[in-house]
Write a protein that binds this ligand. Structure first.
Ligand code: PEP
Ligand code: MG
Length: 755
């Protein structure tokens, strides 16, 4: 390296010695800046640390006025240092004073320096501070010097992240790293949980940053890259293999990146400056993450996500072990933090230990949210970079009732939440006390509050909540948790258990709704451009009837001697309903012929979740025994907004004129035909949604178990007629603002309804 004393490797070796010395944090920082300045032949070397209040404080300097240390504090976007921090990118200028962002603080005496090289101090993509060198001469820092400074910044990142600097920080202005963070996301499943972070895909924590023997580290890196490529080649070529839920196209992308010379080259370069192979990977990964957090183009962000995952894989190869914690060996009070997760992955966790879930993605009606609600796991989604902000084992609070997450909460917050948990428990006790009370509105309408379920774990909730039955039993969940395709006998056993648990209360079984994001690991997955619109649910059932027939047989046999209710998902035309119904009749005939005990009565109905049925209502209602509206899918198809994609899933409000008009039309037509109609999507689980539904004529709803109590409390206070007087004129008006939410909220407030 030009002009440097001994180059970056010598610098790193010296830094390691300084890191090991038993000196105070300030002394250590002071020594570090002297070392860097000497090694890089710079007149100035300064460390700025990002504080909790978002400002940057000068923590150490060689070359600037010493009095400025701990007294110079800059806004996060102030001057060149601020620019390095906010953009998380290096700035290299031979004539800094001519840069538009240049500003200087007189107390530092920095106006005499012309050249400037600043790099962000990054960890997991988060800026922790800025490291700067400056010279009087208009000097061009070469690429090797940039590299060396970035490598050095990694060592500082470790020091800041360790919390060592807190001892020299002013109270209230501590370093942002490792400090309490409070973020508001989207509430996906109600409830409050206090616990400790378990990363779903843990970052590997590296303990050794500086290499003893660089050629050896380079060799380790080459071997790991070769092993990674071979592994990916094998996975991609095995068409049917699904690796940890990843699809083949994702693996293809990984493979492509793993052969990308630029990526491997950047890691190699980082190692050449004196890092261990792991630290080299982490440095490049941290840069990728920083870019990812700032990328607004979703395509680019996804590709950067892929690169981030690839770095994780490479890290695991290097460490020679799989770092994912065994899901059946979770610590107590685990709060799982994940970028995204499929429903099957969530079901893999030990329910007794899992307290809460935090996701970077995931919409309200995504299936992982549905499973989380079914399991009663408080969940918050849409927390950007959640996985980068916490470390394994950090204390964390998930407030699924408001969508807030507190990472490393201060004691007073923890105490306040402890109180809220107790308060909620008291409210739950009140709901339990009202569970046997019939749900009749003030003006005398009886409303059946049913419950959604899918696993045996849900069954005790029927009695606990006082639900009038199971309005939607999602049969696919059994298939999703099983390692292999459940046999007819196993299915029958489950359905019997469900019917037994429900006793006299009705259960509506929905036939398999797989496809879309409900992936069965043991079934061959077909790649589809738009899986939500693809070959899923009843489409698959009718085209490959073997699976559906065996399920229908299991249902009919389980229902021997009692009434049974079967409904089909994703029906789009009356012909599809006719075909599915015919299939049930064939199975009934078959069972009769073989002398099996038959159900006393089979009610056959359908989900209404594809908008095409809105225009076949009369024909459909003549055929079905009952209808159940799937508002989750109906909403995504009506507004053409992917329910699992948070960028669009919150964009449209189901409590809006277009949706409520459609729902009212369904209820009116069903009443005209004398056919029962219910709604089993998430809309009914929110008291305000249930309020709208009761007003427009729904007398049966199926909810998440935890919503039965609050929704009943609201309905007991409701006068439907008064509600209709307030809501229907707003629905009939020419649409100015499509949202009806405010109208409903105003009505609820005026009536004193508990929401
Ligand atoms: C729905 O679409 O509203 C529904 C209840 O089904 P699922 O959420 O399982 O797709
Ligand atoms: Mg659906």
């Amino acid at each position: 390296m030009r002009g440097a004393l001994g180059g970056p490797r010598v610098l790193l070796r010296r830094l390691r010695e300084v890191m090991a010395e038993p000196v105070s944090a300030q002394d250590r920082l002071d020594k570090v800046v002297v070392l860097i300045a000497a090694n890089m032949v710079a007149e100035v070397c300064s460390v700025y640390v990002l504080r909790v209040d978002g400002t940057l404080e000068l923590y150490a300097t060689e070359g600037l006025n010493r009095e400025a240390v701990h007294s110079t504090v800059m806004e996060a976007d102030e001057g060149l240092v601020g620019l390095v921090a906010s953009e998380a990118t290096k700035i290299n200028l031979s004539d800094a004073q001519n840069h538009p962002a240049y500003s200087f603080r007189p107390e530092t005496g920095e106006e005499i320096y012309h050249s400037f090289l600043g790099v962000p101090i990054l960890r997991a993509g988060n800026t922790l501070g800025v490291l700067v060198v400056q010279n009087r001469a208009r000097r061009n820092y070469v690429e090797e010097e940039e590299e060396a400074l970035q490598t050095t910044a990694m060592v500082l990142a470790e020091m800041i992240a360790s919390g060592e600097l807190s001892s020299i920080a002013k109270p209230g202005a501590e370093p942002a790293a490792r400090h309490a963070i409070h973020i508001e996301g989207v509430s996906l499943s109600d409830g409050i949980a206090l616990g400790h972070v378990v990363l779903h895909e843990p970052r590997v924590v590296i303990t050794n940053v500086i290499a003893d023997d660089v050629p050896k580290e380079l060799k380790r890196l080459e071997a790991a890259i070769a092993a990674l490529r071979a592994d990916l080649d094998r996975l991609v070529e095995h068409r049917d293999v699904v690796d940890g839920g990843e699809h083949r196209d994702v693996l293809e992308a990984y493979r492509m990146f793993s052969y990308d010379q630029g990526w491997a080259h950047r890691i190699r370069e980082a190692v050449t400056t004196g890092l261990t192979a792991e630290a080299g990977v982490e440095r490049v990964q941290s840069d990728t993450r920083a870019k990812m957090l700032r990328a607004s183009d979703p395509y680019l962000r996804d590709r950067l996500h892929d690169l981030d995952d690839l770095a994780n894989r490479l890290m695991r190869v290097l460490m020679g072990q799989d770092h994912a914690p065994r899901k059946d060996q979770l610590p107590d009070n685990s709060i799982v933090v994940a970028r995204s997760m499929g429903p099957a992955a969530l079901l893999d966790y030990d329910r007794k230990k899992l307290r809460g879930l935090v996701l970077e993605e995931g919409g309200m009606t995504s299936h992982v949210s549905i499973v989380a609600r079914a399991l009663g796991i408080p969940t918050v989604g849409d927390i950007a970079n959640a996985t980068g902000l916490v470390e394994q084992g950090d204390a964390i609070i998930v407030d699924g009732s408001t969508g807030h997450v507190h990472m490393r909460p201060p004691q007073d917050i923890e105490a306040a939440f402890g109180e809220r948990v107790k308060l909620r428990a008291r409210r739950q006790a009140q709901y339990r006390a009202a569970r046997d009370k019939p749900c009749i509105t003030k003006d005398g309408n009886t409303i059946a509050l049913m419950m959604n379920a899918g696993l045996t774990i849900d069954l005790p909730h029927v009695a606990e909540t006082g639900a009038s039955g199971i309005g939607l039993f999602r049969t696919e969940l059994q298939f999703m948790v099983a390692p292999t395709l459940p046999r007819t006998g196993e299915q029958m056993q489950l359905y019997r258990t469900v019917l037994d648990a429900a006793g006299k209360k009705p259960v509506t079984f929905r036939t398999l709704d797989i496809g879309g994001d409900k992936v069965l690991p043991y079934l061959r997955n077909f790649e589809e451009e738009n899986p939500a619109l693809g070959w899923r649910a009843i489409r698959l059932g009718l085209d490959r009837p073997g699976l559906l027939r065996s399920q229908v047989r299991a249902l009919l046999r389980a229902g021997g001697g009692r009434e049974i209710r079967v409904m089909f998902p994703m029906i789009a035309t009356v012909e599809e309903f006719d075909q599915a119904k015919a299939l049930v009749e064939v199975e009934l005939t078959h069972l009769r012929r073989h002398g099996h005990s038959l159900p006393e009565r089979v009610h056959i109905g359908t989900m209404l979740e594809v908008p095409s049925l809105l225009f076949q209502l009369d024909e459909l209602l003549e055929r079905v025994d009952f209808l159940s509206v799937g508002s989750n899918d109906l909403m995504q198809f009506l507004y053409a907004a992917d329910r699992g994609n948070t960028r669009v899933s919150q964009r449209f409000d189901p409590l809006s004129a277009p949706v409520l008009r459609a729902l009212k039309e369904i209820a009116d037509k069903a009443a005209k035909h004398g056919k029962p109609v219910a709604l089993c999507g998430e809309l009914a689980s929110q008291p305000l949604g249930a309020l709208a539904l009761a007003i427009i004529g729904y007398r049966s709803m199926s909810l998440s178990p935890s919503s039965v109590g609050p929704v009943k409390a609201m309905l007991l206070q409701l006068d439907c007629q008064k509600g209709a007087d307030a809501l229907l004129p707003a629905l009939a008006q020419p649409v100015g603002s499509v949202s009806i939410r405010q109208t409903l909220e105003d009505f609820a407030t005026a009536e004193g309804l508990p929401l």
